[in-house]
Ligand binder design. Structure first.
Ligand SMILES: Cc1cc2nc3c(=O)[nH]c(=O)nc-3n(C[C@H](O)[C@H](O)[C@H](O)COP(=O)(O)O)c2cc1C
Length: 324
């Protein structure tokens, strides 16, 4: 399957793995890239730019295929050393960057001057248009279903993707709720040139996270995610657990008076305990509604080949058969 995204990133299949805090290390990114997709390392999981440089080196040793780095621009006063991370990306010879969070315009010139292709992940058509306007090469359109931060508009992909197609001239991938060949064909029908997956890639053999995390995703249904931090305008879709239910109780009782400090125990610094140690009630962790479609733990190769085979069969047999 050749699309504008496979051409842009010089990859075999139009399937991307989104940056994921404490999940998207070289082990996962290289496995996705080796399977013909586009693997992404998450910069901010690496404590310093030097650590990121080492992770990039490691990934180069594990694959000779293209891979990228995710740079998430957080809504924080104490900004991480973004120029340092960008230097590590450029010196490491990485040619693709997935930006997310805030508008990446301040950092775009440095990336573009180094010949890096930038795909910006955003949750609304207006932000996607802004990304196009400032010179991003592509966007990742993240619907309300997605794991992580769906924004504050609550527009699901069945509306958001065709709206993006109506407005954008640069190519886009569909992100949020993507799991299999059905998702890929549907995303293409709605105007996307590929898909981006987060939650689905956590439940793979190569994802370097505790088995408890993978089992929790397989066990979860589409009813098992919750939205938190809405009143802080930092909405996040997470899997339900004891910490999340406690956090939601605090949100109910404090209402609009809630401050970040009130929920710090449930959200700050919890990822290593969850992803590495498998302490599933340690805090809130991102997970998409797509968990309801995840029933196994394949290798990345099995997953990606399976998606491409299923997509081909849906197009050639099911869809073509309906009109001929
Ligand atoms: C555990 C987890 C951690 C994530 N961390 C990040 C992150 O640090 N930066 C980012 O841009 N997106 C992050 N995401 C979002 C994913 O890159 C992707 O956009 C999202 O998972 C797509 O929705 P899906 O889970 O339905 O596939 C995270 C998602 C998950 C599930």
């Amino acid at each position: 399957m050749r699309t504008k995204i496979t051409e842009l990133f010089e990859i075999e299949h139009p399937i991307m793995q989104g940056g994921m805090h404490y999940v998207a290390f070289a082990e996962l990114s290289s496995a996705v890239s080796n399977a013909g997709g586009l693997g992404i390392i998450t910069a901010l999981t690496q404590k310093t730019p030097d650590d990121l440089a080492r992770e990039i080196d490691k990934c180069h040793k594990m694959t000779d295929k293209p891979f990228g780095v995710n740079l998430t621009f957080l809504p924080t006063v104490m900004a991480p050393d973004y120029p340092g991370y960008i230097e590590a990306i450029i010196k490491g010879g990485v040619k693709i960057v997935e930006t997310a969070g805030r508008n990446p315009k301040d950092y775009l010139p440095a990336l573009k001057d180094a010949g890096i292709k930038v795909i910006h992940k955003c949750t609304s058509v207006r932000h996607a248009l802004k990304a196009e306007q400032i010179g991003c090469d592509a966007v990742s359109v993240d619907g309300f279903e997605c794991g992580g931060h769906p924004g504050e508009d609550d527009i699901p992909n069945f509306i958001l993707l065709p709206r993006a197609a109506e407005e954008l001239t640069i190519p886009f991938v569909a992100s949020g709720g993507m799991a299999d060949g059905r998702s890929l064909v549907a995303a293409m029908a709605l105007g996307a040139e590929g898909i981006n997956m987060g939650t689905r890639f956590i439940a793979t053999k190569e994802a370097p996270v505790h088995e408890n995390v993978k089992k929790a995703i397989v066990a979860a249904s589409e009813l098992d995610t919750r939205l938190i931090m809405r009143s802080l305008r930092n909405t996040e879709r997470v899997i339900s657990n004891a910490a999340v239910e406690r956090l939601i109780e605090k949100e109910k009782s404090l209402g609009d008076k809630i401050r970040f400090e009130d929920i710090i125990e449930e959200v700050a610094g919890v990822y290593p305990r969850i992803m590495r140690e498998g302490d599933m009630d340690a805090g809130a962790w991102s997970c998409g509604m797509v968990a309801g479609l995840i029933h196994n733990i394949p290798t990345c190769k099995e997953l990606i080949s399976g998606i491409m085979e299923e997509a081909g069969s849906i197009i050639q047999k099911r869809l073509y058969g309906m009109i001929s």
